[in-house]
Design a protein around this ligand. Structure first.
Ligand code: TYD
Ligand code: MG
Length: 454
């Protein structure tokens, strides 16, 4: 007999409670509990014991497992392949998250275009086949083996997949898919969990790769993030500032590759274009001789990327001055300001300080600290930093400039783009082979560095 009862489930981590709670004891998120209907089926128990027998039959010796040669589908979109760790692993389940309108569906259609010799099913729960066709036309894509399935019932989807036997299935979006046995609404954590689990079974059993498109909740996470992240093989995040055309594809989790890789794209009238040399792009709008602008190099994955760190210091009209950071960690900005006050005597308490990484990219690395501090100082003094100067270094609380990693790679990238002077932590000087064409300026403290602009 099927018996149903309701439970309260945290939509963030899946924690289950008998009554509603304001704060989840597991993941400590607020307001995440939603009532869901749970079926307890006594038949399931007997089925479970049968399953154990089946599982025993699947016990395989390592040496007997046959690994096919052609395990990865290389799409030819280099920025995507790199983030995936060298192509799409067959039978893998990849979750693609991002804000609405960022270009997830566009990326998927462009991917389909690149691998059009494969059989692809595009499961659409959001757009009608006509809308998808329009997008495909706009992108100049008319694949022969590209099928559109406007369906959200997973059972039907599974039976279609069984018949058509595609190589790749794109599900747009996972939040619209549901299983009829579950009473909770599509997009709820039980539905997401159950549907994803079934999709993973299909993927592994039939060696079909799945792309699941997921929406991002207002907190900036894929709905039911923890639960889904653990289940799928790869989680990709597609991000970008709304007003910028640049989009960054980041691997948050990857069972088949590094998670540090990023892919850079530009959204154009003809779809997403790959950006092969992001440094040039991020520096393209820079004008020489501007106070408050410095260039630093961040490492994203295996690639060094040059970025412009802009600062604006202006006298404040408020009793509490404003501090705003775009693309830069807000707390680090506050620390930098405190160090500048204490060590340089820069009195910023009557000034608003804005900091921005140009181009809409977000950098989490501390190695751009010194560049940010020098930008702030440069704007405050209204004195420009030399335009062919690259600034590297992490700033410690007592004003010391700390060693950074991969200094040589960052410097090489800067040399390629014509930078001549390299400001870097003194402790880094011995860590790499010097290039005779460059002038190295080792600094030990923030005072050493600030002297360069005064
Ligand atoms: P879309 O892929 O629908 O975003 P998502 O699936 O993440 O919600 O893309 C949305 C935006 O991209 C939309 O505002 C229009 C724009 N766009 C272009 O600028 N150029 C193009 O070639 C295409 C197809 C879309
Ligand atoms: Mg979409």
């Amino acid at each position: 007999m099927a018996k149903s009862e309701t439970r309260y489930i945290c939509q963030n981590c899946g924690f289950t409670s008998l009554r509603w709670l304001g704060k989840c004891p597991e993941c400590e998120e607020w307001n995440t509990f939603v009532e869901e209907v749970i079926h307890t089926d006594s038949k399931k128990l007997t089925r479970a014991s049968k399953n154990t027998e089946v599982k025993m039959a699947n016990l395989t010796r390592l040496s007997e497992i046959d690994v096919q040669q052609d395990m990865r589908i290389v799409s030819g979109i280099e920025e995507l392949d790199r983030v995936l760790g060298g192509g799409i692993v067959s039978g893998s389940v990849i979750l693609v998250g991002g804000d609405p309108g960022i270009g997830k569906s566009t990326l998927m259609v462009q991917l389909a275009d690149k691998i059009k010799d494969r059989k692809i099913i595009y499961v659409s729960g959001e757009e009608s086949p006509k809308q998808i066709k329009l997008r495909c036309e706009r992108l100049g894509f008319a694949g022969d083996e590209f099928y559109i399935l406007p369906e959200t019932d997973l059972e039907i989807i599974a039976s279609v997949i069984d018949k058509v036997r595609p190589d790749v299935v794109i599900v747009d979006s996972i939040q619209t898919i549901y299983r009829t046995e579950l009473e909770s609404s599509p997009g709820s954590i039980s539905q997401l969990r159950e549907c994803t689990a079934q999709i993973i079974n299909i993927a592994k059993a039939k060696s079909i790769s799945f792309f699941l498109i997921g929406h991002i909740t207002k907190e900036g996470m894929i709905a039911g993030p923890k639960v889904l992240e653990h289940m799928v093989d790869t989680v990709l995040q597609f991000e970008g500032e709304g007003t910028h055309a640049y989009r960054i594809l980041r691997a948050v989790k990857n069972r088949f590759g590094s998670t540090n890789e990023i892919g850079v794209f530009e959204m154009t009238g003809a779809g997403l274009m790959e950006v092969r040399n992001p440094s040039e792009v991020f520096l393209s709008q820079r004008t020489d001789g501007n106070a408050g602008s410095t260039v630093s190099a961040a490492i994203e994955g295996t690639r060094p990327i040059l970025i412009e760190v802009q600062a604006l210091v202006s006298s404040s009209g408020y009793s509490v001055p404003q501090r705003t950071a775009t693309g830069f960690d807000y707390r680090r900005l506050q620390i930098l300001i405190a160090v500048l006050e204490k060590k340089i005597g820069l009195h910023l308490s009557k000034y608003d300080v804005f900091i921005n990484i140009a181009g809409g990219i977000k950098i989490d690395e501390p190695s751009i600290d010194l560049a940010a501090a020098m930008s702030i100082c440069s704007s405050f003094k209204d004195s420009a930093v030399e335009s062919d100067m690259l600034i590297l270094g992490e700033l410690g609380l007592s004003g010391e400039i700390r060693t950074i990693s991969f200094a040589d790679r960052r410097i090489q990238e800067a040399a390629k783009l014509g930078f001549k002077k390299i400001v870097l932590p003194a402790s880094n000087m011995k860590t790499f082979k010097q290039n005779g064409k460059l002038e190295y300026i080792p600094v030990e403290t923030i005072q050493d560095a600030i002297r360069l602009i005064m």
